[in-house]
Design a protein around this ligand. Structure first.
Ligand code: CA
Length: 218
């Protein structure tokens, strides 16, 4: 799962990014509206976490632009301006949730998960696919009633493919899910994780469509 975090307080931004990373979210951290908008143009995000007081304006403008384009990416507003008026303004502009500073990182992660679930039109936290059950809240995978341990990156790849079962997902999209801008991307990383997933869950779990991408067959 890929998150865009827009926060100009460098320390808070980094602490939040690390917290999200520990939960398995690849997070791009940007500190102003300009960078946020170019990130949104070039990447696909599952959730946007948005501070309002930014050096080049009010973060709410990013949200308004997204909604004007009918982009429904879930947005959590993160701000110290926790008055009812600001909350209403944010929600009116199309925010999906609102968290006042100081906040608990675990609460932010739980809300991020909840919004992502809503966005994939699957209100149940449990994702099932053939004889496999995935629980994104605990990273638990059960196959044939047996617990299978997956690394966070393997989990993200499997979840992405299963959520869109029957559709081909390109290697680039899978790579994007795994890394933030500042992480080194090695060209065979996705292959390595797919190989491990097949070893753990069986060869037929993921098909490779040569030159196009990967698919979890329906
Ligand atoms: Ca700020």
């Amino acid at each position: 799962m890929k998150v865009l975090l827009v926060e100009d307080d460098a320390m808070l931004g980094e602490v939040t990014r690390q917290g999200l990373k520990q939960e398995g979210y690849a997070t791009d951290l940007v500190a102003n509206i300009e960078y946020a908008e170019s990130a949104l143009l070039t990447q696909n995000y599952d959730v946007v976490i948005l501070d309002l007081g930014l050096p080049d304006g009010n973060g709410i403008n990013i949200l308004k632009k997204l909604r004007k384009k009918e982009d429904k990416t879930p947005v959590i507003i993160l701000t110290a301006q926790n008055t009812i008026k600001d909350r209403v303004k944010g929600l009116d502009a199309g925010a999906d949730d609102y968290l006042a500073k100081p906040f608990d990182i675990e609460e932010l992660c739980a809300r991020t998960r909840a919004l992502h679930r809503r966005n994939i039109e699957n209100p149940s936290p449990i994702i099932s696919y053939k004889d496999i059950i995935l629980d994104p809240t605990s990273y638990q995978v059960i196959k044939n009633n047996k617990n299978i341990t997956l690394g966070p990156k393997e989990f993200v790849i499997l979840q992405t493919l299963i959520e869109k079962a029957g559709k081909i997902i390109s290697k680039e999209v899978l790579q994007e899910k795994l890394y933030s801008f500042d992480d080194d991307i090695s060209s065979n990383t996705v292959e390595v994780h797919v190989h491990r997933l097949r070893k753990k869950l069986g060869n037929d779990i993921i098909k490779n469509i040569r030159g196009v991408g990967y698919i979890a067959p329906q």
